[in-house]
Ligand binder design. Structure first.
Ligand SMILES: Nc1ncnc2c1ncn2[C@@H]1O[C@H](COP(=O)(O)OP(=O)(O)OP(=O)(O)O)[C@@H](O)[C@H]1O
Ligand SMILES: [Mg+2]
Length: 419
């Protein structure tokens, strides 16, 4: 089997990875100092035409360099933003062109790190780009296929991300398992019930082994938004009143500020004007001043990043400090794990419902599952782990390579798809 020109691409909401074959072995490629998982981030400096990617993009933005940072671009696929534009270097640019630039970076890294030109790739996709809308979901995959083709790949196939994760887990097994794969990333939660073994691995068609594949558009960026709306946006005036009335301040700007991929929509003169008006109307104008500081200084991603760090700390600690006083006076507060768990409780319930749907679709009971394999950054959330452990008390619970399982599995799958 020729594996020299094939590869795998995991274009993730938060992090991406790419893989190829070396001496017949699937391996992930390093993105310089970023390692094998590069943040899905892109920065367009105003004063230079050199676009930055990954950690470099985030660090240029954080250093205060003038320009535009974009993150969570995958969330745009299938959403209403797909046909919208944003301002980059004083030009209106479609969001799809920005995804194109990021994908081109992945392609260039993949091709330049291998001796043979990789032209055939398996690209990962969530089970649903969009929940409950097959047409939009198909459009999102088509859009991604066009982007991959324009980036220079001749042959592009897709694989569900949880199946890719299962394939990389399978390569480590010695006995047969009936596994539930749990892949919870930045944008989506995906599950597959699948029979895995070394023997089955050698089959080119695995349809009979995949008992069900389900997914829902809930991931770590939703946890960030829910935590932000509950614990941080109130520090900026959300939920506080309009003076001389019983009404509350309007919530839509807070919602955009708490949502990674909607942050760039706030950076315009009309929004600043609305915030000034809100401040004049507010019972607590000093809180709305913080909203003004964040939007005027374009610190939206800084804020979202600080919320995300609090969330990540709460996977290990009982409480964490949210602190952004350098950006706006008094903008800080303690957040407890209990508060975080209350903010995501309903989202976690939906994930557990999704697992039940997966079991029903597979026609197996929870007790039949011998192992639960976790991958994706958000699978570290303790509430989620507790809830899943409750459903599968007797299964073996295995943590995979959090950020690399999907990319490696897609590469392994490419050897089958392009055999
Ligand atoms: N220790 C942790 N506890 C909680 N969440 C975490 C932790 N580490 C990372 N995360 C979250 O995991 C998410 C990123 O995970 P990952 O890189 O697997 O996503 P992705 O593959 O880019 O997204 P998707 O597969 O949904 O497109 C982010 O939301 C990040 O905040
Ligand atoms: Mg992922």
């Amino acid at each position: 089997m020729a594996t020299t020109n094939i590869g795998g691409i995991d274009f993730g909401t938060s992090n991406s990875s790419v893989g190829c074959f070396e001496h017949g072995e699937a391996k992930l490629i390093r993105f310089g100092d970023d390692g094998v998982a590069v943040p899905s981030a892109i920065f367009y400096p105003t004063e230079s035409t050199v676009t930055a990617f990954g950690k470099q993009a985030v660090s240029q933005y954080r250093s205060g360099e003038e320009g535009r940072l974009l993150r969570s671009l995958k969330s745009v696929l299938g959403s209403s933003l797909m046909s919208e534009k944003t301002t980059i270097r004083n030009k209106r640019v479609p969001f799809t062109d920005i995804i194109q630039d990021f994908f081109q970076y992945l392609q260039t890294t993949l091709v330049s790190s291998t001796e043979n030109k990789v032209d055939s790739v398996v690209v990962g996709r969530p089970v649903h780009f969009v929940d409950d809308d097959d047409k939009k979901d198909r459009d999102a995959q088509e859009q991604l296929k066009t982007i991959a083709t324009q980036a220079g790949f001749k042959f592009v196939e897709f694989q569900f991300e949880p199946i890719a994760a299962a394939l990389s887990y399978e390569s480590t097994l010695s006995n047969e398992e009936l596994a539930l794969v749990v892949d919870i990333g930045g944008g989506t939660a995906d599950f597959t019930v699948i029979r895995l073994s070394q023997e089955r691995r050698r089959q080119s068609v695995r349809t009979d082994d995949i008992l069900s594949t389900v997914g829902i558009h809930i991931g770590g960026t939703d946890f960030d938004r829910l935590l932000s709306l509950r614990s941080v946006m109130p520090l900026l005036g959300m939920g506080s009143g309009v003076k001389d009335t019983e009404r509350l301040l309007p919530g839509s700007l807070y919602f955009d500020l708490a949502t990674w991929h909607r942050i760039p929509l706030l950076y315009n003169a009309a929004t600043l004007l609305s915030i000034k008006q809100m401040k004049m109307d507010a019972k607590k104008p000093e809180l709305v001043q913080r909203l003004h500081d964040i939007v005027e200084g374009q610190y939206g991603h800084e804020l979202a990043g600080a919320v995300e760090q609090v969330k990540i700390q709460l996977s290990d600690a009982e409480s964490a400090l949210f602190e952004l006083t350098a950006v706006s006076d008094g903008l800080q507060g303690d957040v407890s794990r209990g508060e975080f768990e209350a903010s995501i409780e309903q989202a976690i319930d939906k994930l557990i419902d999704c697992v039940s749907t997966g079991l029903t679709g597979a026609g197996v009971s929870a007790s039949a599952i011998t192992s639960v394999f976790y991958t994706g950054g958000s699978s570290s959330v303790p509430l989620l782990q507790r809830q899943i452990a409750n459903v599968f008390p007797d299964a073996k619970h295995v943590r995979g390579d959090t950020f690399g399982s999907v990319g490696l599995g897609l590469t392994i799958d490419a050897a089958t798809k392009f055999a």
